[in-house]
Design a protein around this ligand. Sequence first.
Ligand code: PNS
Length: 159
Amino acid sequence: MKIKAVYPGSFDPITNGHIYIAERAAAIFDEVIVSVLVNERKNAAFTVKERCEMAKESLNHIQNISIDSFNGLLVDYVRHIGASVIIRGLRAMSDFEYEFQMALMNRRLAPEIETFFIVTDPKYSYVSSSSVREIFHFGGSVEGVVPDYVLEKLKAHYH
Ligand code: PNS
């Protein structure tokens, strides 16, 4: 049986840390869908379309990865597309509490869906989309932290 996994997130924007997790997930599961959350309330820097485009460009070297977006409850979406696994990346212990809570809540809502955690490479342990946005905004370098394509999009967005 082919196993379909969803790697959900805000991806605002996608970073090399996300790409690392997606690559490792793609080596384990038959199909990985990187799915961008459509959240009207959160004031995102990039539109969902832009975030999907950046994810697509950054992951087009991996055959079994596709990009999508979702609305509403994650477990409903995972069920709807016939997936059975949720991928989440862990950077540090500080991620754990929130991720543990979310995994347990999702299990309560959908016991047949498994949350699968992948630990990041230490070189990305401090990388987050929010720090990328802030550092870039104030003129710092985010080279090596995001793909070149994303760097260009950041320049277009903030400058
Ligand atoms: O990249 P993020 O912002 O850490 O991703 C969080 C995400 C998108 C996985 C989470 O906010 C989510 O699943 N939102 C959809 C709504 C939902 O299902 N909430 C219940 C989670 S217990």
